[in-house]
Design a protein around this ligand. Sequence first.
Ligand SMILES: CCCCCCCCCCC/C=C/C(=O)SCCNC(=O)CCNC(=O)[C@H](O)C(C)(C)COP(=O)(O)OP(=O)(O)OC[C@H]1O[C@@H](n2cnc3c(N)ncnc32)[C@H](O)[C@@H]1OP(=O)(O)O
Ligand SMILES: NC(=O)C1=CN([C@@H]2O[C@H](COP(=O)(O)OP(=O)(O)OC[C@H]3O[C@@H](n4cnc5c(N)ncnc54)[C@H](OP(=O)(O)O)[C@@H]3O)[C@@H](O)[C@H]2O)C=CC1
Length: 284
Amino acid sequence: MSEKKTSRYAPDLMAGQVALVTGSGSGMGRATALEMASCGARLALFARREEPLEETAEMIRAAGGEAFVVPGDTRDEDSIETAMGRIKEHYGQLDVLVNNAGGQYIAAARDITNKGFEAVIRNNLIGSWQMTRAAADHFMYENGGSVVFVTAISGRTALTGFTHTVAARAGVTGMMKTLAAEWGEYGIRLNCVAPGTIKTEALGRYPIPPERWKQLNRSVLNRMGMAEDIAGTIIFLASDLGNFITGEDIYVDGGETLHMGHDARDMINPDMFDKRERGDGKDE
Ligand SMILES: CCCCCCCCCCC/C=C/C(=O)SCCNC(=O)CCNC(=O)[C@H](O)C(C)(C)COP(=O)(O)OP(=O)(O)OC[C@H]1O[C@@H](n2cnc3c(N)ncnc32)[C@H](O)[C@@H]1OP(=O)(O)O
Ligand SMILES: NC(=O)C1=CN([C@@H]2O[C@H](COP(=O)(O)OP(=O)(O)OC[C@H]3O[C@@H](n4cnc5c(N)ncnc54)[C@H](OP(=O)(O)O)[C@@H]3O)[C@@H](O)[C@H]2O)C=CC1
């Protein structure tokens, strides 16, 4: 690794380890891949679009790390098998899987069709299961490993307009806990990171005007979450720092799920809400 690489963790924290990060062409997946590389991990980058993945790989290589691209769809078993085969060929091992790929559309529950519900379950629950099962089959039953799932605020709170994805993410959490109980004997640790509202380009795809994000940002820390906030937690869980942690579900949401029934400070000084940031990935 060259001197260009910077990390908040020790530069050899993940030395000798191979990590597969899904959805690593953008947002939190990219931030995680970059920081894992700066900790000495060798990366396999997985998503549907090759070009953004190549950009991430280039960024890693430019910083002196090692990465290669395996395009695929978490919903497609064949592409997952191909990816696992290529990782075996290229690195001969897989120690860490980050199931970060996902997405959904916003809709009122009464407007979600069965087909639409199923599409979101496939993208966010079944896709993660398929990746995890394949990683265990090909690598982790034999050598152990660590799996981190990126979910979303679910379980602790309702999120109207997102019934399908809340169901999927809560499903991932239940699956993770059960697998953690079953697979401890193979040395496989599994955990979830549940982001709150994180400032990535993805939020800009929602049909709301930028100024509305200030009001929607419910973090009590007076800022939006950043992709790096999530990356740091994923690495903590995936690496040896989290060696005795399995079956955990960590919310990284700036206190968004603290559930203030009503914020009475608004009656004392309404100006204190002015500092909230917009969340569509762009500047004010
Ligand atoms: C106002 C916002 C307030 C937010 C408050 C803060 C909350 C923050 C927390 C949010 C948590 C999550 C954040 C993020 O995930 S960021 C990511 C942003 N999302 C995206 O980037 C888009 C992701 N979506 C997709 O990739 C696809 O839509 C999906 C994979 C989910 C489905 O694709 P697929 O190809 O499998 O399915 P089809 O296109 O064939 O469609 C099948 C049926 O699904 C329904 N559908 C699909 N898209 C939509 C849509 N945009 N609107 C309505 N319905 C949709 C539909 O029934 C389809 O069937 P038909 O084609 O027969 O109609
Ligand atoms: N931003 C936020 O506030 C929150 C986000 N989340 C979740 O966190 C994760 C990362 O979010 P964020 O970085 O913001 O979003 P992005 O949209 O930037 O990243 C998601 C990535 O997943 C990939 N992807 C999506 N579906 C598939 C699939 N079926 N197979 C393979 N790759 C896929 C996409 O790449 P490609 O299109 O090339 O396949 C994309 O790069 C997502 O699961 C998201 O739903 C959860 C809570 C809040």
